[in-house]
Design a protein around this ligand. Sequence first.
Ligand SMILES: [Zn+2]
Length: 254
Amino acid sequence: MTAALYLVCALRRSAAAAVPLSGFEVSLRVAAAVISSSNIFISDAYHNGDRKPGCYTKEHELFWMRCDYFGISAILAYNQLLWTANIGWHCRTRLAAIFSSICLAVVGAAAPRLSGNRDGSTKLVKYITGLQFMPSLTYLVLTMSGAMTRIAAIYVLYATGLVLYLAKTPQSEVFGFHEYFHGFVVLGHLASMGLDLLDIASPVARVAAGTWVHRTPPMALDSLPLVLAPWCLLFVLLPNKGRFLAKLKGKETP
Ligand SMILES: [Zn+2]
């Protein structure tokens, strides 16, 4: 529903904008709407199979787990492409967007082979989605300057969810780190849609179709504090950081 509303608003704003969306840019918004809604549907099917009569089988869980990994990779790829388009396809950011798309293709090819959380293919898929986040998406956000720095908000929301998940904090039977993770992912989707609608109405750096910017953007680093914030939080939350610090200092804790 929200995604459909986003799509309608995007098309209406594009029609009235000084730089209307190209066909490819419209298709990116369609992908954003489809992928973000699918992500919520897939998460529900994957996690709540036990609440649906006759659904809690090994095959059911495996199928939706495969979809879940593909969905996460697709979220990272569409955000990378959408925001690269919104800054005019600058040279290196375009390469990062191609890299993220290739990662999505590899995850798509590997997904049907996933057989559990600890098998080799699943580990590979985790590493690949990690590469989509760091360095690809991180690099894109770090090139943003001025008004475009606001897209760091999307990064911070997704990254905070991931950080809480990795740190397994807070622990709760009712609403713990896993629920916070999904909550932050949904907030990331909403932020991406809202900020994109703002940018369609008055593009900060988007250029008309066919006039791609080929110079490499400077690493503005305006958003560096925001990019670092979730990872600093991870460090604070990590329960075994004492041992990590000891290793850094060159001495193991007993
Ligand atoms: Zn989950």
